[in-house]
Each structure stands twice: as C-alpha cells, then as structure tokens.
Design a protein around this ligand. Structure first.
Ligand code: KG4
Ligand code: ZN
Length: 347
C-alpha cells in the first residue's frame, strides 16, 4: 500500500492530491480556465505563473482535506511529460523539493498514464488488459493497456485531437473557450441530422482506410465552409444544429474505432479518459455500441476525466509498489510517447 502526494501542472489546472493506492484521500483542483478564456486558449507563460502562485496553497489544502501529515506519505509524484514545459517544471520542482526535504522517493508520471489510471479510482477492481480511449485537448489515442508501465498505441489522430476540434469549432462559431462543454450543451437543443458532415478517414498506402486512426481537420474545415456558406446566403446560423451535427460526427467516429479496436484485439473492456470523455454524445454512442457487442465500457466521473492530480497519484502508487522511482535530475518533456513511460524510472 503506497500513499502518494501527487502534483499535476501540465496545462491549465493546478492540482494536488493525496492518494492511497486507488483510494482518493484529497484532490484539490484549481482551474485557470477563466484567465485563459480571455485569450481564447491556454497561454503557456500565464499558466506557469498561475501554477506558481497557487501550488503551495493547494499542497497545504490537500494535507488538510486528507487529514494526514508527512509521516504518512510514502512518495511524492508529479507529472513530467507530456505538457507545457514551463508549467510542468513548477510541479516537478515543487515535488522534488518536498521529496528531498522529507526524505521520500520522487516518482515522475506520464500524463497519459495518469488519464488511464483515472478509471481505477472509481473501479478499483479493474485489471488489465483493457483498451483505453483517451480523448483530451491534446490527445486522441486508443491504447492497449497490458500492465503498469506497459502500453501500446493502436490508434491515434493524424492531426487535431478531438478536444482541440471541439475548441476550434466553438471558436469558429464564436462560442467561447473551452469549446467542448459549450458545444455539448448546445447540441442537446439541436438537430443532429441537420447537416451531413464528413467523418475523417485515414487512407492506407495499400488502399482502404486505417481502422483505428482518426482525422478531425477535414471535419473542422467542413464546418468552416458550412458557416461561410450559410453566412453568404444570408441564412440564419442555427448554432445548436451545427453543434449537434458536429458532435454526432465526432462521437460516431470515435465509437466506431474504439469498438473495432477492442473486438479485433480481444479486449472486452473499454475505459475512456480525458476531457472529451465528458461528452454526452460520445457517452451515448459508445455505451450503446458496447452493449450491442457485449463489451464493458467505463466512463470515470467528470472530475477524474479532466486533468487532476488524483489520477497521477494513482499511477505513481502502482509504480512505487513495483519499486519504480525516478532520479532527482529527471526533467520536464513537452513530448513523450506512452510506450516510453518506463524511461521515467531509468528502465
Ligand atoms: O483532459 P483535459 O482536461 O486536458 C487535456 O489534457 O487536454 O481535456 C480538455 C479538453 C478541451 O479540449 C475541452 O474542450 C474538452 O476536453 N471537453 C469536452 C467536454 N468537456 C471538456 N469536449 C467535448 N464535450 C465535453 N463535454
Ligand atoms: Zn490531460
């Protein structure tokens, strides 16, 4: 049993949690979304400064809510990659400093492995192998989860991430940032069959299409053309209908790929992680399709889908239990493939 103090500062959420294996004792999340929405997206330098301003307060709060002290902590973790380097460095530096002062091991965590571990927080009995559909602002991947630290990416986006597509379409429709939750809400009031939009397919050199890879840039351009056409024709822009049609296309595309990938690889459980896991269209399509094919699908609650330190702590606890610890000179990386996660532990 490992009790971990975990820090997540890879993007625009400052989060600190205390986790005992798969049990969350506290999970403080301070979102910077209001500040960044002013600029229409995350400004890296602003994110770093905000992390710096609130990190100490969030650490103190995590201890208060968990009602623990340093004697009960076995290790200190922080997200090391991928993410905004300046933002990551705030969390890493805080975690390493606390590890040194309190004589605890330091565990660097891959952000995507954290998103995978979010499913264990609410389904502690879950065991690999399973398929994780990871859909966030920066990633869209289908990951074969073999074991702690052992992952294979079977499908990915060739251009925009799903969340990025939601954000860009929302910007086109002048709806605000982040776009995902706004489009999701509008879509409930719209007609999803109002417009027929193209599902992005990835061609294979030998002919046909990649069964698990996706592409959202064509869909995004199709929405832009549609908006321009409606404006030129002087027609009223019914944003609810555009939002519903766009969301339906994304949800169907992700569902088709996730189901095919699980079936082809003999996996009977699909977990979903990342901010787009909150999307009601995706939840509905994937749950229905999974039931049809006798597959289990797990959607963590929203607070564990979006960036949070509890998922980072959960991954770190598993690594620490297996003796995986990181060197104190481990730095931040803006990019790192999930297959390379064991590099964080010198393996
Ligand atoms: O996982 P996350 O919090 O941060 C990253 O690691 O990227 O995901 C944020 C993304 C944003 O692009 C946001 O628009 C999207 O998740 N998102 C949604 C919904 N809620 C958040 N997308 C679609 N529907 C939602 N309900
Ligand atoms: Zn994330």
């Amino acid at each position: 049993m490992a009790t971990i103090l975990a820090i997540e500062t890879s993007c625009d959420e400052t989060s600190v949690a205390i986790v005992k294996n798969r049990q969350v004792l506290s999970n403080i999340v301070r979102s910077q979304v209001k500040i960044h929405s002013f600029y229409g997206g995350v400004v890296p330098e602003v994110a770093s400064r905000q992390h710096l301003e609130i990190i100490n307060q969030a650490i103190a709060q995590a201890f208060i809510e968990a009602n623990l002290d340093w004697n009960q902590i076995d290790g200190v973790a922080s997200t090391c990659a991928p993410g905004l380097v300046g933002a990551l460095l705030v969390g890493i530096t805080a975690a390493k400093t606390l590890a040194i002062i309190n004589n605890k091991p330091f565990i660097g965590v891959h952000h995507l492995e954290g998103h995978i571990y979010a499913s264990y927080l609410t389904t502690p009995e879950l065991e690999p192998p399973f398929l994780c559909l990871l859909v966030s602002g920066g990633h869209t991947s289908l990951i074969y989860v073999k074991d702690c630290g052992k992952y294979k990416t079977l499908g990915k986006t060739r251009d925009d991430a799903a969340g990025e597509a939601f954000d860009k379409v929302a910007r086109m429709l002048k709806l605000g940032y982040p776009g995902g939750p706004i489009i999701d809400k509008l879509a409930t009031k719209g007609d999803k069959s109002a417009f027929s939009l193209p599902e992005g397919k990835v061609s294979l050199p030998e002919g046909g299409y990649h069964p698990y890879d996706s592409s959202f840039s064509g869909l995004k351009t199709a929405v832009l053309r549609l908006v321009q056409k409606l404006e030129t024709e002087g027609k009223n822009l019914v944003v609810e209908n555009i939002a519903a049609s766009f969301q339906e296309t994304v949800a169907k595309s992700l569902t088709k790929r996730a189901i095919a990938c699980a079936l082809d690889n003999g996996l009977n459980t699909i977990t979903v992680g990342g901010g787009v896991a909150a999307n009601s269209g995706l939840r509905q399509h994937l749950s229905q399709a999974a039931a049809t094919h006798n597959l289990r699908v797990l959607f963590p609650p929203l607070k564990f889908c979006t960036d949070n330190a509890a998922m980072i702590g959960c991954a770190a606890a598993d690594h620490l239990n297996q003796g995986h610890i990181s060197a104190l000179d481990l730095g931040a990386s803006s990019r790192m493939a999930i297959k390379d996660v064991m590099q964080l532990y010198g393996c």
